[in-house]
Each structure stands twice: as C-alpha cells, then as structure tokens.
Write a protein that binds this ligand. Structure first.
Ligand code: FE2
Ligand code: FE2
Length: 524
C-alpha cells in the first residue's frame, strides 16, 4: 500500500476530510469477498463518503460563486481525484434508496459528524427525485462546474428531472448521468401489487396446491426445530418424529422440483432466525447431497442431521443470541462452544450409542472449515466427514444471506457465492462448492436482477443450459419505471431470437438488501 497519499482537504467546509487516494485501481486484482476485497470495499465506502462531502461543498459553493470562480477549484479538483480513483475500471454510481446513500451496492454508512452532509445530499436528491448519479472517467473540471451551476440554477419546483437531464445533454456535460428514483418501496401497502401473491394461475392450478404443501413441509420442520430447541433449553426429551415426517414430505417434493423447494429458503426476513436458518440449511444440504449422488433413503437422515446442526445454540442465553450490538469476548466463547454443546445435547437425548454419526458430524464439524481455520480447534488429527463438508457450505451460504441480529447486514446471494468461491479449496470443498452452485445457480435463486429493458426480475431457478449458467429463469416483477406488476411474465434468459441473439439480457445484479426487498413472496 505504498502508493497511498494524503491530500489536504478543502477548507470551505468543516465536514470535509483529507482525501485518501491510491494511484491505480486495485479492484481487478482483488477477488471480492476476500479479505483484501473487504478492505477494498471499505476504502471505496470511505472514498464514497468523501465524494458525497465534496459534492455537497461544490453545490453549496456554486450557489454563491460563478462557475469559473477560484472558490470552486478545490471541491472540483477533489471530486476529480476521487472519481479518477474510483471509476478507474467502471463508472461509479451514487445511489439513493429509502433515504440511504449507496456507492454501487455498498451502503455508505456515515458517522454522526458526517450525518449533516449526507442529509443535505439526500435532501437534494429527494427534491429532484434522483435515484442515482453516475460519474465516469469522461468527466472533466468544466463538466463538474457546468453541472453544479445548472443544478443550482434550476428550480425543482417548476422543473422536472427530465428537464435537468435534457439540459445536461444540451450543455454537453460529459461524464455525469442522472437517473430517477425507482418506486419499488413506495407502492407497498394493503392491496397493492407487491403485497399480493403473484397469481400466475388463471384458475385452479396444481402449482398452488404444490406450493401450499411445500410451505406446510417447511412450517413442519420449523415447528419441530422450535419445539426441540425449547425442550433442549428446558432439559426435556426430544422427539424427532414430527421432523422426520416433515423432511420426508420435502424430499418427495425436491425430487419433482428442486428449484421450487430451494425457493422456500428465500424466506429470510422472519424474526425466528434460528428456526428458519436450521430449516434452510437442511433444505440446502439435502439438495447438495442429492446432487452429490446420495441415495434417497440417506437424504432424510442428512436432512434431519442438518436440521439440528445448531441445537447447541440452545445453551446460549437468549440475550446473547438476540443481541443487536457487538459481541463481548465472553459472548464469542459461548457462541464458539455451540458445536460441542450440540454433541452433548444430542448424545444426552439419543444416548451415546444411539447417536447417528451423521448427526454428530453435522453438529460438531459445521464451523470447522475444510482447512480447519474455523472452530472448535482440535489437538488431535481429524478427518472432516462428507456431512461436515456439506454442512459447512449450506450453513455459511444461508447465514450470510440471512438478515440476523449479530451480523450487521445480510449480503445478496451472488455476493455470498463470490465470497465463498474466493475460499474454494480452502474453507470449502471445491467439488461440493461447484455442485452447490449448480443447485442455487451462479446468479442464485431469489436474486434480483435488472433486465436490459430496465424491468426488475427475480431469479426463479438456475439455467437448464450449463453453457449459459449466467442466464437463469426469471420472473419479471416491475415495469421499466420500477412499478410492481401483477402476473409478471416468466422469462427464460437462454431464449434466442431468429437471428440467434439472446432475446433478453441482464444488465445489472441488484442487491435485494439494498432495496430491503423480500423476494420470498415470489416463491411461497
Ligand atoms: Fe452453527
Ligand atoms: Fe448454522
């Protein structure tokens, strides 16, 4: 990191900070999700906040001074440096969603001191109904000056965003693009499209029946894990009967339609994190094991083992499990003990000679990682079981994509897969990880994507064509303006037109966490 340098901040605004820049972009050399990638993301967020700060200074200064005035030199120069640094590989977009600022897909979290600046920019963007501001390398000093002058000279009371966009073109301002806000959230409310289940079923459809049954299976599993955790907490007996029945129900369905069962795992937004998580891990593990060639009879055992992999968490006090803030060292010790506690509870309830190896492995090994970088740490040689390897993948994937208390924010499914791939062969078994991607897809089930037409769509199942794995099967859920649509059409992105070109293309992966958007409604 020798090529970092500190520049003096402009003095016009006490909120402005020193600008940290690096000469060359690192983003193409570093895998996202790797540790170095995380550092890069953090730097981008930091630079993003500086960009917001400088934009605020520029707009404020432009209200007082003419565009060529020297008072504008510093914010303009600062913004140019930031843009050249950040937009090295591709244009960067400052986005406003639900009154939160994002740089690309990263939330720009501001501290108390930066709050005033962020709020000021959020207000400006809201007044104009601007959802995104994109800067590219084409931008020059004159463009920023002209843009700021134009921006403060127009009155949002009698001009629209279209007028502003037109003026940007007319005045030949290069390297700055503005897009409108998308209305996805605004339209939520009783009786509106987003709150109704999509009804693609003109009349009675076996699909509806199927979904209802699958949902029952899911609820059955969640119910039994709830009862079991409760009874483990109270030291009572544990019966696996209900869970076994529910799992068998799910397996029968999985053989028919794996993607639809995995769609159930998008039910992430519930308070009952641990229960949903356990069921999801069970479903994902069974799907992965199925792909790995497990006999059907053994799938149920694996599903049951996976369902109880976190049973050891019942020894952790509820206050710790539900803690919104950071964990203390003691909290972490309690958390890291749950695999060992899990084995103890299971052997107590099943009897030490009657505890299936798979169940023990699921509880004990699921945080160890293939390279033993996780926990518990052992002082004896150990071979990770196939169950343990499967569980590690399913558990990590679901935990990272779920919103839960002790992780600050959930990640989008595709980001999580990227992160996991950066640890393929290390934390995760490389072959199993590839099979796992076949289950959930390169762009995983439940992901939100933007099509070329500007319509948003949700991924329903992976592409059937391995050669075009990045072209899943999707359902369109909004029109090009972002308004939710009922009965959105299903689109096979591998479909070609007469000339042999693909009919539809994804132009952008949307972070559904960015939209605080729950895609599960399209599955269950
Ligand atoms: Fe766990
Ligand atoms: Fe877990």
């Amino acid at each position: 990191m020798s090529d970092f340098k500190i520049k003096e901040a402009p003095v016009e605004d006490e909120q402005a900070q020193p600008i940290l820049t690096h000469e060359k972009s690192l983003s193409q050399k570093i895998a996202h999700g790797s540790e170095a990638g995380d550092i890069l993301d953090q730097q981008m967020v930091m630079l993003g906040i500086q960009l917001v700060t400088q934009l605020n200074v520029l707009l404020k200064t432009s209200r007082i001074y003419e565009r060529t005035n020297a008072a504008l030199d510093r914010p303009v120069e600062a913004m140019l440096t930031l843009i050249k640094t950040m937009a090295h590989d591709q244009p960067i977009t400052l986005r406003l969603q639900n009154d939160f600022l994002f740089l690309g897909n990263s939330h720009l979290k501001v501290n108390a001191q930066q709050m005033a600046v962020a709020t000021s920019i959020i207000d400006v963007l809201n007044t104009w109904k601007i959802g995104g501001m994109t800067f590219s390398l084409a931008v020059e000093s004159k463009d920023l000056r002209e843009f700021a002058a134009l921006f403060v000279s127009l009155d949002p009371g009698n001009k629209t965003l279209d007028d502003l966009q037109r003026e940007i073109k007319v005045r030949g301002i290069a390297g700055i693009d503005i897009e409108e806000q998308r209305q996805l959230q605004v339209r939520k409310g009783p009786g509106t499209a987003l709150n109704r289940e999509p009804d693609n079923t003109k009349s009675v459809n076996p699909n509806v029946q199927w979904k209802t049954e699958a949902k029952k299976g899911y609820a059955g599993m969640a119910g039994s894990i709830g009862a079991l955790t409760q009874s483990a907490r109270e030291g009572g007996t544990v019966s696996f009967k209900q869970a076994k029945r529910a799992i068998q129900n799910i397996i029968d369905r999985m053989v028919d339609d794996e993607a639809a069962v995995l769609g159930l795992t998008t039910l992430r937004c519930h308070d009952q994190y641990t229960h949903n998580h356990s069921v999801n891990v069970s479903l994902l593990s069974m799907a992965l094991a199925n792909r790995a060639g497990y006999p059907k009879a053994e799938l149920a055992d694996l599903g049951l083992a996976a369902l109880f992999h976190d049973l050891g968490k019942s020894t952790i006090p509820m206050e710790v499990l539900n803690k919104p803030g950071e964990f203390t060292d003691d909290d972490w010790i309690a958390m890291r003990n749950h695999p060992t506690e899990g084995i103890l509870i299971l052997s107590k309830t099943r009897g030490i000679t009657n505890l299936p190896g798979r169940m023990a492995a699921a509880a004990f090994e699921h945080h160890m990682n293939l390279d033993f970088s996780g926990y518990p740490k052992l002082t004896v040689p150990w071979t990770l079981s196939l169950t343990g390897r499967i569980l590690t993948i399913a558990d990590c994937y679901d935990a990272m994509t779920s919103s839960r208390v002790y992780r600050r924010e959930p990640m989008s499914p595709s980001k999580v897969l990227n992160m996991m791939f950066s640890k393929s062969g290390k934390a995760f078994d490389a072959t199993l990880l590839k099979l796992f991607v076949n289950c959930v897809g390169i762009i995983p089930i439940g992901s939100l994507v933007m099509l070329e037409t500007s319509e948003l769509a949700v991924v329903l199942k992976p592409s059937a064509d391995k050669a075009n794995a990045e072209r899943p099967f999707v359902r369109v859920i909004t029109d090009p303006q972002g308004n939710a649509v009922d009965h959105g059409r299903e689109v096979d992105l591998t479909e070609k037109d007469e000339t042999g070109d693909f009919r539809h293309n994804i132009i952008r992966l949307i972070d559904n966490t960015e939209y605080k958007f729950d895609t599960s409604r399209y599955f269950v």
